[in-house]
Design a protein around this ligand. Structure first.
Ligand code: XMP
Length: 520
């Protein structure tokens, strides 16, 4: 068996029943260096058998397994001789299908809960006898199926875990995949590396290798078109596609004149003709066109709309020049999929700016999304693996409308220059202070306020720049970050001295809510 075959042989399959944490399960498995793929509960058992997984994990889900139309799986799954771990809904379903009893719980458990575990279970090797776990269920297992023994309980839940060691079937009522379950990673490790016997040979380079193989198979000799924004996701997608299919890939990079300082040239240096990647690179310098469209426009949503629509027009024109392509590639990553409610069985949380707006004017047959299963930090790891420079890989989130929504009021070339310069200084000083990877997102914005100041002996009447830095877990809420005073002072003084047209610098303390991260 060569290395590649060995890696694929060590696959664990996650069967998705619609829970919110399903990708997290896959991610934790990958953190144990075991390759993992997610399939819907509708996947045919024959397909699962062909994949010959080392283990199967059944996820949580929002339903009650005893209801008529609830997602289920046939009993045969538990008789394949493959270890199965059921989590939450998956645990209840396992019991239900195998003859145990699941009912509405007299006490609904939600949140951090003390769980008492039986240390003789292989799942709980090296786990504390009483351990904090994350519970979220309204049904409970009131009776385990024949052949199972109870291996964990809580004050309110008699079956927090159960197992049939002989058949290597395991059920856990709580969620080991979320970090609130303090020893959850250990439990999943115990399952995939212990019970399933995976050796843990999978690394990010294996993801790259596997993806390259899959892309080649899918694309064949077809042509692929990608809109490259210079952000992390589309850059990593470009790197991956380039490795797989070289010049069959064309990347269109639209410089809308609202990028950060030097960003256009940086993107071109990496992906352009003198860069390290084998692909066709088209840069469209559309700055003037954008400024003309934005002249006199002050309303934020109108600005967003103009920038978005103009992007579509420019991209469309380029696509027309290229002609029909077989695939349109997108740098969609997993959180985009979940937030937009496109992720298999999960409920919709919010619709996202980057997904859902497919350019239906481009002539293509199919979409290809090579990063669809990855979290942001995994995308970054893949990027480094592909040889994309760190500077680009660790780039912080940057909105599609760019500096257009960081300039309050009308956008002009002059204002763009001011905010670019101020932002570059801010980023430089944050990096110098070693804070660039600790703060979630930080940038300079240009307020529309002009105020009187004095410089030398002269009266000035110039703009005020606002500095923003926030820490956030999910970008839905955020706290303003504590940037050290000394750093802020250096930034302030450099901006005033080096950026013409600015005579005041503010630091924005607002959290989200009530503010948003961006200014518009
Ligand atoms: P807000 O301002 O909504 O920002 O608190 C949350 C996150 O989303 C980014 N953002 C955008 N990204 N198009 C994008 O691609 C947009 O129109 C947009 N608006 C905000 C923002 O930078 C932050 O990371």
């Amino acid at each position: 068996m060569d290395r590649k075959e060995k890696l694929s042989a060590e696959k664990v399959i996650v069967i998705d029943f619609g829970g919110q944490y399903n990708q997290l399960v896959a991610r934790r498995v990958r953190e144990c260096n075991v390759y993992c793929e997610i399939y819907s509960y509708k996947t045919d058992i024959e397909q699962i058998k062909t994949m010959n997984p080392k283990g199967i994990i059944l996820t949580g889900g929002p339903n009650s397994c005893y209801e008529e139309k609830a997602p289920t799986y046939q009993k045969e799954l538990f008789a394949l001789g493959i270890p199965v771990l059921g989590l939450c809904y998956g645990a209840q379903l396992m019991m239900h299908v195998l003859g145990g009893k699941v009912e509405k719980a007299p006490v609904r458990e939600y949140g951090k809960t003390q769980v008492h575990v039986d240390l003789s279970s292989p799942l709980f090797a090296d786990v504390a006898e009483t351990t904090t776990c994350w519970m979220s269920h309204f049904d409970y297992i009131s009776q385990v199926a024949a052949g199972f023994r109870i291996t964990a309980h809580t004050a309110d839940c008699p079956v927090a875990a159960a197992e049939c060691a002989e058949k290597r079937l395991y059920a856990i009522q709580f969620h080991p995949e979320v970090l609130h379950t303090v020893e959850g990673t250990k439990m999943l490790y115990n399952f995939v590396r212990g019970v399933c016997g995976c050796t843990g040979a999978w690394r990010m380079d294996s993801f790259v290798e596997e993806s390259v193989k899959q892309i080649r198979e899918k694309v064949g000799s077809g042509k692929v078109l990608l809109a490259l924004s210079g952000g992390v996701d589309s850059s990593v997608a470009a790197g991956l596609l380039s490795r797989a299919i070289g010049k069959q890939l064309t990347c269109v990079f639209v410089d809308h004149g609202l990028l950060r300082k030097d960003e256009g040239n940086e993107v071109e240096a990496v992906f352009g003709p003198n860069g390290d990647f084998d692909l066709n690179f088209i840069r469209v310098n559309a700055q003037e066109r954008y400024y003309a469209k934005l002249a006199g426009v002050t309303e934020p949503e109108t600005k967003r709309k103009i920038i978005g629509e103009e992007f579509i027009r420019v991209f469309e024109e380029e696509a027309k020049k290229i002609g029909a392509v077989d695939f349109l590639a997108q740098g969609t990553i997993y959180p985009d999929v979940v937030e937009s409610g496109l992720g298999g069985e999960s409920a919709v949380i919010k619709s996202h700016h980057n997904v859902g707006g497919l350019p239906d004017y481009v002539d293509f047959k199919e979409i290809i999304e090579p990063l669809r299963d990855l979290f942001k930090d995994e995308v970054r790891k893949a990027g480094l693996e592909l040889g994309i420079p760190e500077k680009l890989v660790y780039r912080q989130p940057f909105p599609g409308p760019g500096l257009g929504i960081r300039i309050i009021g009308e956008v002009t070339a002059k204002k763009v220059r001011i905010v670019q310069e101020a932002d570059a200084i801010y980023r430089e000083e944050i990096a110098k202070a070693g804070l660039d990877r600790t703060i979630g997102q930080y940038f300079a914005a240009l307020t529309n306020m002009r105020s009187v100041g004095v410089m030398g002996d002269e009266r000035t009447y110039d703009y005020a720049v606002a500095l923003r830095a926030v820490n956030t877990v999910d970008f839905m809420t955020a706290e303003s970050a504590e940037v050290p005073w000394e750093v802020l002072q250096v930034v302030m003084s450099r901006i005033i001295n080096e950026v013409r047209g600015v005579n005041r610098v503010f630091y924005d303390l607002t959290s989200k809510p009530p503010g948003t991260i961006e200014f518009e």
